[in-house]
Design a protein around this ligand. Sequence first.
Ligand SMILES: Cc1ncc(COP(=O)(O)O)c(C=O)c1O
Length: 404
Amino acid sequence: MRLKDTGLTAEELKALVNKYMIETYERFDFVADRAKGNYMYDENDTPYLDFYAGIAVNSVGNCNEKVVKAVQDQAATIMQTFNYPYTVPQALLAEKICTTIGMDKIFFQNTGTEANEAMIKMARKYGVEKYGPKRYKIVTAAKSFHGRTFGAMSATGQPDNACQVGFGDMTPGFSYAKFNDLEDFKAKVDDDTIAVMVEPIQGEGGVNPATPAFMQGLRKLCDEKHMLLLIDEVQTGWCRTGKIMAYMHYGIKPDIVSMAKAMGGGMPIGAICATEEVSKAFTMGSHGTTFGGHPVCCAASLAAITEMLDKDLAGKAAETGEYLMAGLRKLPHVKEVRGKGLMIGIEFTDLGSVDMKHECFHRHMLTTAIGSNIMRLIPPLTVTKEECDKAIEIIGESIDALSK
Ligand SMILES: Cc1ncc(COP(=O)(O)O)c(C=O)c1O
């Protein structure tokens, strides 16, 4: 649907949202009327350079032709079935994902938070059934973000964040250790701990990459203590960081990995992949979902993943990301540029990230702000070096405007 088809003005449309919707988002003052590739367009067809990609979702570009065709074809074939019958898109996608990332089994969900719920539930059930009723605790990282449903929200190590404040007690069974501090993780683990759970690069926590020593140390710790390593790749997964999955940077494998966002090419889908042994914790009736494994979303995901692999978007993200980071490091008022591939955080010395986001928006570039002084760049992985040059120019002009 386009605005011109409704007879409404942009202001009238915004008024409808303000009147009827429960708002928990700080919106751009912008109607996204259509999108293509690395750009979104307002109702006047003014292009906006997309450097947030629906928060690390549209990795193959918005409205990617192969994904659009897969969605249209599948929507006209079988729309929804629940998980009773076998369906072609599910079977092919399951095989594609497991063989590509070297995991044994997959369970489909709809979103990142749901994938993390499934990961937490599987780990807890594995622990309780294998070792006894008390062994279900999970240690996660301070400043982590795992989602907004109660399990994932309780796994999130941000007690002062609006995502946790005011909701009463969190789900029991979680404790938090300092990210990139192996000794603190060791100290927080006890006899009732069944797993540790981390993001390989903390996204919402400020774009903080895990060190190799930390990730490899966690793997060793889990092996020694008979615990599971749970890796949340909802944001980092599927080529964003320069590898197909970010854990591949560290030469380790998880026992369970969660994924969502980019895997659907813009359609809502999430999943967990697990080792054969751990996957057995989910037995008949112990877990389920009405929409998880939806044929249209699975068809979209198969098209998106095939596109990412065919076009080596992981390799492209690594190369373009280095180019972009090198350019950003030359800008004034920048304290640090960090990340991997095309998951990049810019920490400013003395500029506000929300102000920077607005300045970039006025120059027709879309980005996100984290906390008070970090701007995050997570463009489609199809972004070109010329578009990166443009982004660096816009960020540079925005810095100049704010530092006058
Ligand atoms: C690492 C991580 N895990 C989980 C989530 C939650 O995903 P969703 O918003 O799809 O529920 C996010 C969302 O930003 C995320 O970055």
